[in-house]
Design a protein around this ligand. Structure first.
Ligand code: 5CA
Length: 449
């Protein structure tokens, strides 16, 4: 992408109503524009990151054997009357009436809709286990939408629903989700710690939230600092292996880690004093097992091996896809701007031409651009007629992890400069060497073959 042809409306100043750094940088970097309270347009740069995050979520769900689909945003109130949640959900639910006076709603979540699909098409235990998921916009009429995409009213969520014959099978589905979520967040460069939580309006007392530690987080959390040493890494996992998935759950959830909703002072006191931590966190996902709550209310039964109708055991599993942009920025930025982890960066490489219009510099930039493209990666090439300082400022703000700077002086010596956004370190090297290094870096992230 040539910056001269892109739409990147960067702002010099932080809008006053943006009080946390992720919200400020998302506005300043031209990623989002508020359209009304808690509702945003996703401008090209923000949209690109949203799609990267979505792609990682899809890949990890498919790896875990979960099946993608797409359900509508608008749902019929009747389904929610069956579960009893139409009235229970309260003011957070946006209720709508169509021209024929049918009661509709903009879905805040999809347990009812997916249970209806399931009961319409699945009759036998032989079709189980099954996990259906989608990534779709949700609406919750939050009392205090704030912090940009962190707590929106309209937001993008991955929500998955497992259907199993027994509680045991459903708990395996729960564990599978836990493992897939650990992988998902790590690919985004995040540490998200599973913590014992509260079921809230979804229900069930078997639930974990995934929290990214950040001062600006909305949840208060209490944990044993040893949990922050745990990483899933690139170990192999067989998602059908019940014991292996259970082992990961044990490994990641045995040490004390709870949100304020379930915090227990007595249990916390058992954590060695030097490892007790109280902090704040951003909830980027939550998994639930709620048994037969919805299947019984809505008649979602299958014929069991004994021929008898059995209500299925279910759980639901959410990832805050749009909130993740805010969480990643909170976890990865400096005073100049965002620092995207390689896994989610909107463009893999930024090219800055120090002397636009100089024949040699222009040709060198074009060649680098083509070579990055040949690796299957994307470049944002700042080809504007701007001062170097302004170009660097934009690149630092939007946070591309690697920048190649090209100028006539360097080219005379056969070199360009490769700069890491994270460390700020620059290295001069031949253009081919810069491309080789870029390839190596992104190969480690599975983005280059
Ligand atoms: N049906 C279940 C699981 S699929 C569910 O709705 N869970 S949830 O309520 O915990 O939402 C899932 C995730 O969506 C949360 O962990 C959070 O990361 C994100 N989320 C929830 N509310 C908002 C909001 N108002 N703005 C942005 N993200 C949100």
């Amino acid at each position: 992408m040539l910056l001269s042809r892109y739409f990147l409306p960067v702002l010099k100043e932080s809008p006053r109503d943006a009080t946390i750094v992720s919200h400020q940088y998302m506005l300043r970097a031209g990623m989002i524009k508020q359209s009304s309270a808690g509702i945003y347009s996703w401008l090209p740069l923000g949209f690109k990151v949203l799609k990267r995050i979505e792609q990682i979520v899809h890949e990890e769900q498919e790896r875990a054997g979960h099946v993608a689909m797409l359900m509508p945003t608008i749902q019929s109130a009747d389904l929610w009357r069956e579960s009893g949640r139409y009235d229970d959900y309260g003011d957070e639910m946006l209720r709508i009436t169509d021209r024929n006076k049918n009661d509709l709603l903009y879905g805040p979540t999809n347990e009812e809709l997916v249970t209806d699909i399931f009961r319409s098409h699945v009759a036998s235990y032989k079709s189980l286990p099954l996990t259906l998921y989608h990534i779709q916009w949700k609406f919750r009429d939050e009392r205090r939408p704030r912090f940009g995409v962190m707590r929106g009213r309209e937001f993008y969520m991955k929500d998955g629903y497992n259907f199993d014959l027994t509680k045991e099978d459903a708990l395996h589905a729960y564990n599978r989700h836990l493992v897939s979520y650990l992988r998902t967040y790590e690919r985004m460069g995040l540490q998200a710690i599973p913590m014992r939580a509260d079921g809230g309006p979804i229900g069930g007392d078997y639930t974990h939230e995934f929290l990214v530690l950040a001062e600006t987080g909305e949840s208060e959390v209490f944990y044993d600092s040893a949990v922050t040493d745990l990483t899933f890494g690139d170990r192999e996992i067989d998602y059908d292996d019940v014991d292996a998935c259970e082992g990961v759950l044990q490994e990641f959830t045995t040490k004390y880690a709870r949100t304020d909703e379930t915090h227990d002072e007595a249990l916390f006191a058992d954590v060695p004093a030097d490892r007790q931590r109280t902090a704040r966190g951003i909830e980027v996902g939550q998994i639930f097992y709620f048994g037969t709550k919805y299947s019984e209310a809505m008649g979602a039964t299958v014929q069991g091996p004994d021929g008898k109708p059995t209500p299925v055991h279910m759980g639901s599993h959410g990832i805050g896809v749009s909130r993740l942009l805010g969480a990643i920025i909170e976890a990865s930025h400096d005073d100049k701007g965002i620092i995207w982890p390689e896994g989610v960066t909107p463009f893999h490489v930024g090219i800055v031409n120090l002397k636009q219009g100089d024949e040699e510099a222009d040709a060198a930039c074009k060649a680098l651009y083509d070579q990055v493209a040949a690796l299957g990666l994307e470049t944002l090439y700042d080809d504007r007629n701007e001062r170097a300082g302004a170009k660097f400022g934009t690149m630092d703000l939007i946070g591309l992890p690697w920048r190649i700077t090209v100028g006539p002086r360097g080219l005379k010596n056969g070199v360009v400069e490769l700069t890491s956004r994270k460390t700020g370190e620059s290295e001069e090297m031949a253009p081919e060497a810069a491309i080789a290094k870029i390839a190596e870096i992104y190969r480690a992230h599975g983005l280059v073959k």
